[in-house]
Structures are given as structure tokens and as C-alpha cells.
Design a protein around this ligand. Structure first.
Ligand SMILES: O=c1ccn([C@@H]2O[C@H](COP(=O)(O)OP(=O)(O)O[C@H]3O[C@@H](CO)[C@H](O)[C@H]3O)[C@@H](O)[C@H]2O)c(=O)[nH]1
Ligand SMILES: [Mn+2]
Length: 361
């Protein structure tokens, strides 16, 4: 019997940071105040560092602009994107907490079908604190939720599940569509609230959106490098996708889980599809090579930590994707720089904990 926890969800207020990439004032926090006020915010200010970002009173936060990133990382700052929401990953690196929640500043509190405000952070915490089931699909969705369980035929040897590394939330109103889809369906709004949380099966990739995302920084943090995009780069709006593909091959290898589904946020603003098309063009073309690459990635058994997996991945990116475009050699370099910077800011506490790995055959 999957233990459905009826106990209240722990706040984790001292174990979780909220990371927000921004080029705007953060008035959106007013709507989140009931849910976010107890937490420490890490605000990554993108664009002009001389611009002052207004943060509503009463929030505990640290704010980093480009000057701070350059001062803290020195030459390694080259791996952090500029003029792109990918800069948010700097917040993951400087955080000292076990969990991260990242949200965009045009995402607001959504309502569930009963009209109740959704505490997205609480649901992400529930998702992260309960196991995942990547090795065998439970047809009744998340077996650890109240009122659900494993269905007949589900192997008892697998019902303990594995630690959950990532909780990927969704969006009502403006869906996270690519530019061509936005152009074809400019008026489409997502009004469908699906009351489900799914573990993404082992061996399956997924398009990870950074808009409403939480993860266990100690389990998978070093893999959450939002790829080099924005100013001076030939691609944009694939930062979160890159992080998701790298993360998923690593969680599969280390026997960790990734969930998608609840919670929803209300995504209020559609960015310009024409600007997005320019940013995405190469990505839409290259991803037809990138996906087979990630599907074919295999990790050596010596890769027992996220850092080792990530450096192995960087090696394979250079070897196999460098011929797609020279950009991937630069990206492979940035992946290595990211890990160097991560380890500099987060020296291992007596060795990095590694996951248990997949169940013994
Ligand atoms: O140059 C920039 C532009 C924006 N930001 C901040 O990033 C997020 C997302 O920005 P926005 O909501 O304007 O863009 P979307 O198209 O909706 O973003 C989606 O695409 C992904 C981009 O990779 C992103 O993860 C999705 O949410 C806001 O907080 C902006 O303030 C920035 O930092 N730098
Ligand atoms: Mn947006």
C-alpha cells in the first residue's frame, strides 16, 4: 500500500529557495505573497545592471545582476547567458538550499476547478517529497496521492519507488508553445485543468519548461545548467529544453525520478512569436539531431555522481554534436565551465551523495 501522506505538507521554508529571472519589476509577487513570503528569494536580474528592479516590501531576497555574476564567477561567468531567461541557473548555483523552485515573473496564482487558489509551491514540495515510479508505469497515475495506489499487476518489488529529483509544473491560459504553433494558434488558451501527476518513464525524454519548475538541488542541481542562449548566441528559448534533456538522461542513469503535471500556474503574457521564431529557428532545426543524440547517450558505470555524468555528457556533446554546428563545441565548453563554477561555489561536503541507482536487475 503506497503510503498516502495525510499529514500537512512541510513548509521547508529554510530548505528551499525561489529563483526568479527578471527584466521587470516584481509586482507579480503581491499575488504570491501568501505562499512565497516565508521563503528566501534569489532574483537574477538580466539585461542592464544599472536598471533598478523593484521588489515589493516584506520579501527576504538576494538580487544578482550581471555585474555581480561577473564579480563572483570571473571568467567563468561566460557560461551564464545574458539577455535570456537562462540566466536563472546562476541562482541555482549560488543557492545553499536543498530545493529550488523557479518561476517566471509573468506567472500568477491559478485557480483549481473549485475556484480555490493553487499553492503551486506546496504541490511541488509534495511531488518532490514523494517517490517516483520511472521503471514501471502506474495507470492510475501517481500512486502516492491520497485516494490512489498501485494497480493490480504492479510489481511489489518496485512499489517503493525512487527519489524524485524534478517536479515539472504546467500552465493555464498561455501555454508554453513554440513560435510556429503560437503563430498558427495565436488565440489558443489552455483552459484544461488535468488533475494528474505522472512520472516520466525511464528512457523517455520530455520538453522541460522553466516557467514553473522545482527540483532537488542536492540530487540533480549540477545537471540543471540552462544552456548558453541569448546575447551573441545562435539560439534562444532552448535553455530549459537543454537542461531537461541533460537532466533526464542523468536521472535515468542514477535511478532518480522526474514528474510532470500538477501544479498549474496562470501564465499571463504571450511573448512575441516573431521574436521567438528568430530565437528558436536553429533549435527547431537542430533538435531533430539533438533528440536522437540524447536518446542514444549511454553513461559509463563509473559515472556515479551528477558532476561525473555531466562532464561525460559534455564530452559526448563535443564528439557527436560538434559536427552539427560549431555552437555545440562552445556549449560543451560552457557545460564544463558550469561544473567547475558549481564545484567552486559548492565544495562537496565529504563527497557528493550519489543516488541508489536503478533497482538491481
Ligand atoms: O531577456 C530576457 C527575457 C526574459 N527574462 C525573464 O525570463 C522569464 C520569461 O520571460 P517571458 O515570460 O517574457 O518569456 P516566455 O516566452 O513566456 O518564456 C518562456 O520561454 C522560456 C525561455 O527560455 C521560459 O523559460 C519560458 O517561461 C521572465 O521572468 C522574464 O522577466 C529574462 O530574464 N531575460
Ligand atoms: Mn512568459
Amino acid at each position: 500500500m503506497a503510503s498516502a501522506s495525510r499529514a500537512a505538507t512541510p513548509l521547508l521554508k529554510d530548505e528551499l529557495d525561489i529563483v526568479i529571472p527578471t527584466i521587470r519589476n516584481l509586482d507579480f509577487l503581491e499575488m504570491w505573497r501568501p505562499f512565497f513570503q516565508p521563503y528566501h528569494l534569489i532574483i537574477v536580474q538580466d539585461g542592464d545592471p544599472n536598471k533598478t528592479i523593484r521588489v515589493p516590501e516584506g520579501f527576504d531576497y538576494e538580487l544578482y545582476n550581471r555585474n555581480d555574476i561577473n564579480r563572483i564567477l570571473g571568467p567563468k561567468a561566460s557560461c551564464i547567458s545574458f539577455k535570456d531567461s537562462a540566466c536563472r541557473c546562476f541562482g541555482y548555483m549560488v543557492s545553499k538550499k536543498k530545493y529550488i523552485y523557479t518561476i517566471d515573473d509573468d506567472c500568477f496564482v491559478a485557480k483549481d476547478p473549485s475556484g480555490k487558489d493553487i499553492n503551486a509551491l506546496e504541490q511541488h514540495i509534495k511531488n518532490l517529497l514523494s517517490p517516483s515510479t520511472p521503471f514501471f508505469f502506474n495507470t492510475l497515475y501517481d500512486p502516492y496521492r491520497d485516494g490512489a495506489d498501485f494497480v493490480r499487476g504492479y510489481p511489489f518489488s518496485l512499489r517503493e519507488g525512487v527519489p524524485t529529483a524534478v517536479s515539472h509544473g504546467l500552465w493555464l491560459n498561455i501555454p508554453d508553445y513554440d513560435a510556429p504553433t503560437q503563430l498558427v494558434k495565436p488565440l489558443e488558451r489552455n483552459t484544461r485543468y488535468v488533475d494528474a501527476i505522472l512520472t516520466i518513464p525511464k528512457g523517455t525524454l520530455f520538453p522541460m519548461c522553466g516557467m514553473n519548475l522545482a527540483f532537488d538541488r542536492e540530487l540533480i542541481g549540477p545537471a540543471m545548467y540552462f544552456g548558453l542562449m541569448g546575447d551573441g548566441q545562435p539560439i534562444g528559448r532552448y535553455d530549459d529544453m537543454w537542461a531537461g534533456w541533460c537532466t533526464k538522461v542523468i536521472t535515468d542513469h542514477l535511478g532518480l525520478g522526474v514528474k510532470t503535471g500538477l501544479p498549474y500556474i496562470w501564465h499571463s503574457k504571450a511573448s512575441n512569436p516573431f521574436v521567438n521564431l528568430k530565437k528558436e529557428y536553429n533549435g527547431i532545426f537542430w533538435q531533430e539531431e539533438l533528440i536522437p543524440f540524447f536518446q542514444s547517450v549511454s553513461m559509463p558505470k563509473e559515472a556515479t555522481t551528477v558532476q561525473k555524468c555531466y562532464l561525460e555528457l559534455a564530452k559526448q556533446v563535443r564528439a557527436k554534436l560538434g559536427k552539427v554546428d560549431g555552437y555545440f563545441n562552445k556549449l560543451a565548453d560552457s557545460m564544463v565551465t558550469w561544473i567547475e563554477a558549481w564545484d567552486e561555489l559548492n565544495p562537496p561536503k565529504g563527497g557528493v551523495a550519489t543516488a541508489n541507482g536503478p533497482p538491481k536487475k
